[in-house]
Design a protein around this ligand. Structure first.
Ligand code: S3P
Length: 470
């Protein structure tokens, strides 16, 4: 339980955003199946990524974790090559709360010459796994849900695989990545098509490690179906990876600075890969005052100006290899409601809880649709977000594939009041409502705050550093 009250003043100062969760996971996974030592800088040492490290250590990959006094974590993965994983002493591999670990690891384990069982916490063992069981089985994998309910625990008996051409019903990077990883070991080419492009960190990073991939949109339409094709690999090679700040973590501070009047915050080192940055597109449409700078060396001063919009910043960084990142100056802004739908959804799927908080405080209605995936995240995020917003006095209606948020009318005061927040032990619900509490009249109580350790162990310290630098 944690009590939170409305902030007495604006947010100010600067904040360095911790490493991206998706990229940290992948760097450990691909480093483990590559030849040589992969160095990972600015690694996210959240519980989810530590679950990935634990699994690969059990698969007999030596992995070193070094954290300096400033809290920066560097990881060294001593990879043993594409065929270097060994059977764990105990076949049970624990994936904790991590969907990314469970699903992508399934694709890596399916072609190994040994058997494993993947199991996680209560939330993981409720989440749908048929979405990986089905395509991997079509590739020849021997993978089954131990309880026959389409969920983990999953028993994976390693066997030879063959390439397939698979059309996924969901735009999911975890599913796409599981299939592409299995495709590294399969006979022949493997092709995955998804209804809209999900985050492409796997495609980018596997290419960097030496895999042969080609990707593109159907008929060149970037809001339509997207296909990634991978050829079987002989070997992958170790790389130096610098993990950019996680835009999903940055979103909480950007939202807080937008909401609290008089705030001005420099959010540093934020990854703005176009397949991840939909949150910035959405808040710009809502009227956010954002300025983009090249990542500077001085913590309190931004670098060279990149632009006043995400598009300008991405254009300016177009020729930078790897994952683009920048510093963002955020000033509090009057926001208006918008419609969030279609191909934008996969690019901001994890940011919908905090977008809903912003929408509840914005002028006019916001409609979120095409986001049924929210129901099968760490919690049912449609239910938890709308219930908590309602408890705080907002008009929030859940729908089959999203929600409708009435927002407030022109000139109306605080949109939210204090309430008991049920987090469902979901880190993103906890952090979103900690931000909502900053602008709510009265006291909020989070029923759990420890769950932020999943993706952002220092979240509350970092948030208070922006409140106390007044
Ligand atoms: C992730 C993909 C997304 C996202 C999750 C991380 C990844 O899930 O919600 O937090 O690292 O690939 P889906 O692939 O299930 O949409």
């Amino acid at each position: 339980m944690m009590k939170l009250i409305k902030t007495a003043g604006p947010l100010s100062g600067s904040i360095q955003i911790p490493g991206d969760k998706s990229i940290s996971h992948r760097a450990v996974m691909f480093g483990s199946i590559a030849q040589g030592t992969t160095r990972i800088r600015h690694f996210l040492s959240g519980a989810d990524c530590l679950s990935t490290i634990d699994c690969f250590r059990r698969l007999q990959i030596p992995i070193e974790l070094h954290t300096d006094p400033a809290g920066e974590t560097q990881v060294l993965v001593h990879g043993k090559g594409l065929r270097g994983l060994s059977a764990p002493a105990d076949p049970l591999l624990e994936t904790g709360n991590s969907g990314t670990t469970t699903r992508i690891l399934s694709g890596i384990l399916a072609p190994q010459p040994f058997t494993c069982i993947l199991s996680g916490d209560e939330s993981i063992n409720r989440r749908p796994m048929k979405r990986v069981i089905e395509p991997l089985s079509r590739m020849g994998a021997d993978i089954e849900s131990v309880n026959g309910n389409g969920c983990a625990p999953l028993r994976i008996r390693g066997t030879a695989l063959h390439g397939i051409s698979y059309t996924s019903p969901v735009a999911s990077a975890q599913v796409k990545s599981a299939i592409l990883c299995a495709g590294l070991y399969a006979e022949g080419e493997t092709c995955v098509t998804e209804p809209a492009r999900s985050r492409d960190h796997t495609e980018k990073m596997l290419s960097l490690f030496g895999a042969e991939l080609s990707c593109g949109f159907e008929q060149g339409n970037s809001s339509g179906a997207y296909t990634a094709l991978i050829r079987p690999a002989e070997e992958l090679y170790a790389q130096d990876i610098s993990v950019p700040g996680d835009i999903s973590s940055a979103a909480y501070f950007i939202a807080a600075a937008l909401l609290v009047p008089g705030s001005e915050v420099l959010v540093r080192g934020v990854g703005i890969n176009p397949t991840r940055a939909g949150f910035l597109t959405a808040v710009e449409q809502m009227g956010a005052d954002l300025t983009y700078y090249a990542s500077g060396q001085n913590p309190d001063e931004p670098g060279v100006l990149l632009g006043r919009s995400l598009q300008e910043a991405q254009e300016a960084l177009r020729c930078v290899p790897g994952e683009p990142a920048c510093d963002l100056l955020v000033r509090s802004s009057q926001l208006s409601g918008i419609v969030i739908e279609g191909a934008l959804i996969p690019t901001l799927i994890d940011e919908i809880p905090i977008l809903a908080v912003l929408a509840a405080c914005a002028e006019g209605e916001t409609v979120i649709r095409d986001a049924a995936e929210l129901k099968v995240k760490e919690s049912d995020r449609i239910a938890y977000v709308t219930e908590n917003l309602r408890a705080m006095g907002a008009e929030a209606v859940p729908t089959e594939d999203g929600m409708i948020l009435a927002g407030k009318s022109r000139g109306e005061g605080a949109a939210l009041h204090g309430a008991l927040i049920r987090t469902g032990l979901d880190h993103r619900i906890a952090m979103s409502f900690a931000v909502a509490a900053l602008v709510a009249e009265g006291e909020c109580t989070l029923d759990d705050e420890a769950c932020v350790r999943i993706s952002y162990p220092a979240f509350f310290q970092d948030l208070s550093s922006l409140l106390s630098s007044l």
